[in-house]
Design a protein around this ligand. Structure first.
Ligand code: URA
Length: 271
């Protein structure tokens, strides 16, 4: 075989192998698991069909900036979150509105020093209106409470999209974009010392690029001046419950808590 052709084939194979490794790392179990628009989405014209929320229509930047008085900060954060939630109303900014039971806004302490950001509500979350209460949520709660030994109620947990994607598919780019100002406003309201990004979609959004989670997990990143620790999504961990994956997530969680404490974050002990 021609040497140049052989080299080109080798390079192509090596790139393909690398891609497959990344997909497996990120939880791909079959080709059907690659997120595709549902028939309804395709009918609606795919991802380009919906308008993206005008950032000026959302109160994120119009809210007064937080003071540093610890006595009033929790109340202010709570009031801000309430404002954001009520500005969201019965949001119809993207197609996910049509399939949701309710908006799953966020859960936990309004002024938490550690904020966890996932992907989007699943069936249980959609039913109960609280993020991370299904199987992945149970694992996450265990990791927080048994692992970090802090109550779940002292962190703040939310998702990059607030409405359940159909068939638990990954949220599409325009759905994530439509919800982004809400997430930014939540981050501004909570003002966490550290953000833990759970999985590829949340990490890619915060880092503003398409990341391979296996490459960036465990490395410090930053979003709007806040340290971000990317880690695997608990749903991935449930699927690939290996000792190595558990060890890595555990390490990432511990790093996040330590950094939050170093930055002045306070966490009550689990009673
Ligand atoms: N997975 C997520 O990313 N978020 C949830 O709220 C539940 C499962």
């Amino acid at each position: 075989m021609d040497r140049t052709l052989a080299e080109a084939l080798r390079a192509t194979l090596s790139a393909a192998r690398e891609n497959v490794r990344e997909w497996l790392d990120e939880g791909l179990e079959s080709w059907d698991a690659v997120p595709r628009p549902s028939p309804a989405v395709a009918e609606a014209g795919g991802t380009a069909a919906l308008p993206v929320r005008d950032p000026d229509s959302f109160p994120a930047d119009s809210l007064p900036s937080l003071g540093s008085d610890p006595g009033t900060a929790p109340a202010r954060s709570a009031a801000r979150l309430e404002d954001i939630r009520s500005a969201l109303g019965d949001c119809q900014e993207c197609r996910l509105a049509a399939g949701r039971t309710q908006i799953v806004f966020g859960d936990g302490a309004p002024d938490a020093d550690l904020m966890l950001i996932g992907e989007g509500p699943g069936e249980q979350e959609d039913r109960r209106g609280i993020p991370f209460v299904g199987r992945a949520g149970e694992l996450l709660t265990q990791m927080i409470e048994r692992g970090l030994e802090i109550p779940r109620s002292c962190v703040y947990i939310c998702n990059i999209v607030k409405c359940r994607p159909p068939d638990n598919r990954a949220p599409l780019a325009d759905e994530v974009a439509a919800c982004r100002s809400v997430l930014d406003a939540q981050i501004d309201a909570v003002q966490p010392k550290v953000i833990l990004a759970l999985g590829k979609p949340a990490t890619s959004l915060l880092l503003d690029r398409n990341v391979a989670i296996s490459r960036v997990r465990g490395t410090w990143q930053e979003y709007r001046g806040i340290p971000v620790m990317p880690t695997y999504h608990p749903a991935f961990l449930l699927r690939q419950y290996t000792e190595e994956n558990r060890r890595q997530v555990w390490q990432d969680l511990k790093q996040a808590l330590t950094r939050a404490r170093e930055r002045g974050g306070r966490f009550p002990e689990l009673s």
